[in-house]
Design a protein around this ligand. Structure first.
Ligand code: CP3
Length: 343
């Protein structure tokens, strides 16, 4: 019998309780993470070191009875490969050389697979070395979110330069999005072929897309990525995460082609059940902030999610990444409640 709960959900088989894993489960909330990270001279080198990728991907499995491991990398490895001089600065987050719309050349002939060979090798080591019932998840950033970082050079309040480029630099901006589509296809294909059972596309800044452009930059790039993968016979299930997209989640759920929609913590699951495409799986959506301090609402909020999603195809997760302040005991408590729940 196949006990891989996440794949069973995708294959429409029944599961006793929903599968569970956590966004950013391999990060700074686990003290051992630092001893792995500090073996490399910077974060990019960390993401290019096969052995360290393997160790950090496996780290949360030592602590938690979870149903997936997400490979350790970063969505900004594509801008890094495109020579944007990506750096991660303590306290500030990622920075890179900003692209000037209509001026900066868009490098479209980069061999991303070659540059990210350590990621490919790590997945090839990971898949046979983790239990079969645990899914291995590969990922990439969505083109809009990557373009946001590449044009602004960092996170900004309202991504005005990127929105301006979308309105007024059509040819250049469309070329950037199309180039990013190709690179995302390349690295997702590589990860699926190397052993990833599930792929996830993070559109962390989707809530910055003007509604006028939702279809062009929120839905269509993901749709093209998925169509291209399917044409290459990559049939791996895909989770889409258009972060805080609000009412635009509805059209995304029907049109993007994702198999599963990851919901952020602001989404009311009852609303989701009434409005989201009923043929796709829902992942989410506990607020990671409730895992920081002890609070009386933790049990209640986990059970509420379980009750609303009972008998539906659901993967339990947080509605955005775990933060460094999240407590291991609180995460273990959530896992216990979910594993002991009878669907
Ligand atoms: O555990 C995992 O989820 C696996 C690895 C993973 C990382 N980044 C490692 C990482 C994944 C899936 C990502 C995705 C990612 N990276 C996203 C999409 C998800 C989201 O959070 O919206 C985004 C926007 C990024 C860009 C990025 N990388 C930022 C903004 C930062 C700095 C601040 C932060 O959120 O931690 C990073 C650095 C980063 N990527 C860290 C980790 C573990 C922290 C590095 C450190 O300080 O040690």
């Amino acid at each position: 019998m196949n006990n891989n709960k996440i794949l069973n959900i995708f294959n429409k088989k029944s599961v006793s309780s929903p599968p569970i894993w956590f966004l950013r489960q391999a990060g700074r909330h686990i003290p051992e993470y630092f001893s792995i990270r500090d073996q490399s001279k910077n974060f990019i080198d960390f993401c290019l070191n096969t052995d360290l990728i393997v160790q950090s991907t496996k780290l949360p499995l030592k602590y938690y009875n979870i149903d997936a491991a997400i490979v350790f990398s970063d969505i900004l490895m594509i801008p890094w490969a495109m020579n944007r001089n990506v750096k991660f600065i303590k306290g500030l987050g990622p920075v890179m050389d900003p692209m000037i719309p209509n001026e900066t050349e868009i490098l479209s002939n980069i061999d991303i697979k070659k540059l990210l060979k350590p990621l490919d090798q790590a997945l090839k080591i990971l898949r046979p070395s983790i239990p079969k019932d645990i899914s291995l998840i590969g990922f990439a950033g969505a083109p809009w979110t990557l373009a946001c970082y590449m044009i602004e050079g960092k996170s900004t309040k309202d991504f005005l330069l990127t929105r301006k480029a979308a309105w007024s630099s059509n040819n250049w901006f469309n070329k950037l999005i199309d180039t990013l589509i190709d690179y995302v296809v390349d690295i997702l294909e590589m990860q699926a072929n190397a052993g990833a059972d599930v792929l996830m596309i993070f559109d962390s800044w989707s809530h910055m897309i003007p509604s006028f452009f939702w279809k062009d930059f929120g839905i269509d790039p993901t749709k093209k990525i998925i169509n291209n993968l399917r044409k290459k016979n990559i049939l791996t299930p895909i989770i889409g995460f258009p972060f805080k997209a609000g009412s635009s989640l509805i059209s995304y759920s029907y049109e993007s082609g994702v198999d599963c929609l990851a919901l952020d913590w602001t989404v009311d699951l009852k609303w989701a059940i009434e409005n989201i495409n009923p043929n796709i799986i829902i992942q989410g959506n506990l607020d990671p902030a409730c895992l920081i301090d002890n609070n009386n609402n933790l049990d209640k909020s986990v059970k509420l999610i379980l009750d609303i999603m009972k008998n539906k195809r659901h993967i339990f997760n947080v509605g955005h990444g775990l933060t460094p302040e999240c407590k291991i005991e609180n995460i273990k408590k959530v896992i216990d409640i979910v594993k002991n729940y009878n669907n």
